[in-house]
Design a protein around this ligand. Sequence first.
Ligand SMILES: Cc1ncc(C[n+]2csc(CCOP(=O)(O)OP(=O)(O)O)c2C)c(N)n1
Length: 689
Amino acid sequence: MPKQSELDTRFDWKKIAYLTLVSRAIDALEETKLLPEKKVIYQFSARGHDVAQIMLGSLLDHDHDAAGAYYRSRPLLLSLGLSLEDAIASPMGKSGGFSDGRDIGVVCNLPRKKGAAVLPMSGDVGSQYTPIAGWAQSVTYHRDVLKDDSYKGSIGVVLGGDASAATNGFWSALTIATTLKLPMLFYIEDNGFGISVTSEKQTPGCNIAANLASFKNLLILDGDGTKPAEAAKLLGQAIDHARAGKDGPVLLRLTVPRLSGHSGQDTQAYKSKELIESERARDPLPRLKQYLVPAQFSEQQWAELEQKASADVARALEGALARPDPELSTALKHTFAEAGEPAQMGGLVANGHTFPKSSEEVQSEPTRTNMLTAIRRTLEVELKTNPKVIVFGEDVGPKGGVHAATLGLQDMFGAERVFDTSLSEEGIIGRAVGMAISGLMPVAEIQFRKYADPAQEQLNNCGTMRWRTANRFAAPIVVRMPGGFAKCGDPWHSVSGEVLWAHAVGWQVCYPSNAEDAVGLLRAAMRSSNPTIFFEHRHMLDTPWARRPYPGDTYLLPMGKAKIVRPGSAVTVVSWGAFVERCELAVQQSGIDAELIDLRTISPWDREAVLASVKKTRRCLIVHEDTITAGFGSEIAATVAKESFFNLDAPIERMAVPDIPIPYNMPLMESILPSVEGIAAKIAELSEF
Ligand SMILES: Cc1ncc(C[n+]2csc(CCOP(=O)(O)OP(=O)(O)O)c2C)c(N)n1
């Protein structure tokens, strides 16, 4: 039992005790009342994790601190100022709060421009790590490159359970943070279980801190999260080291008991009685009381705190119960940015950034430039005019990218703004997400389209972020990815598969066919409030057909506006990317007066242009490189079939790659790609139908 003079004075113990009692009261309310009454469906108790989490939260007091967290992190949010009513109403799916009834209430967020923010959590275990690495890198960028002193000492903190330390995200973030020596804290709450799986399966010997002992640039701290004095010392040490910002991140592992089932439905039948008893014996709340009474409070004062906590929770419950359900008519809002409604956090616009003038007017140079140079020049102009732009990916630094799209940019703008990353696509995209939330414009390169596969979790969560958080957060990033066939094909470098992001929620998808459009669309993407996939077709990067006069440093195209490449009256041909060239040649070869539409973007796509054309031609052919089944052509065909049924004089036709990967052997590859001759024949067939 410590004396008052022995208590760690860095902490506001009264607040910590009160918030722990509040957290316990909410957990009890949910477990004993709201869950049985089915007012809450997803319930995750934080009992056992709570005391140390609240202590951690009370140290996050810098202007630009941010935390990444998970479903058991509500105590941390309470310590950062989450209102009790929001904390109770959100798991009930009520309106308002952190998602307006859209997300399970334990998956929280806390937007804040000043003071510690909590980045939007996700259901996917492990996905919280790399966005916080991005946040921490952004802290150093604001501090060292933008010379903003308010970022000095700020840190990124990420919370995860012991099982989460086995995920890709954990390892990716650890590599980023240690190689770059980022001001970051990995806070591992080790309760020995991932649902029912013991930590023996997550890391050999069950202790991730011990296993990381030889990791460079990483301070490792390990201790008992149920002992207030020990936890206080370790937390203080960890935060100080991270804030110093020179020696790299800290990993603090605290052991804690999980005093309830994994979730409200979990009976813990996989735990022995003895184990459950021993976990109860480690409950940090009685230990906190023992630490503080009588050193800080009398029994009477502790009892008053308990009464206050339960009265406050009861009052908040009344407020939560009185909250209406979300307005049904709002369900479709905020998939994308709505005019005049910036997210509270994330992206340039939300940070008050204004852009230089742009124009849809082409100011052509006399000579033609290839698509690759057009992309490089656009990156250069945006880097020059916007200090918040950063460009990164594998090999984009001194090498200038494996396709040379970033050649020379690191020399011009420095290694803080144009840089190589570790080989982790999850890390590239997750980091971009954290940076975008912090107010930067990250332009991430994925070396080849196929290699976006490991980043899919981050990409999906980035796209849904604005909707999930009811416009509280957004992460507008640009992801450049080359793909499609080139001199030869193969199943790895030649994947197209763009439909994936037309299907995913919240993404704009650009697929330019030529240098001029590439400039206009890339600039649009880099000034947009929505995340954008920007396809760079490998064949088009240097093919003569795609070379166009450079359209100028202010050229910007709207998303979702197709181009009528060639007007006509006999057949509508719709395409994008590399197949616009083949279609144009095919129309010429056929001698038929076909109208060729280059969609330029497939999300959003220009339905009006296609429907207006089909109304005129009464025939429609869609040509693309992605595989045919559920390719984006299916979406166009379904739309035309419904909206233009009475205008059609022929069946809608699709030409695409059969449902196989692109082959390596060239004749084999050409045999499965729609050919100019094949397209011409199909146009003729349709025109005669
Ligand atoms: C990527 C992913 N895989 C599986 C799950 C299902 N799942 C939810 S929680 C969990 C265990 C996580 O345990 P741990 O990280 O130790 O945290 P704890 O719940 O013990 O606090 C699992 C497997 C998930 N949400 N996400």
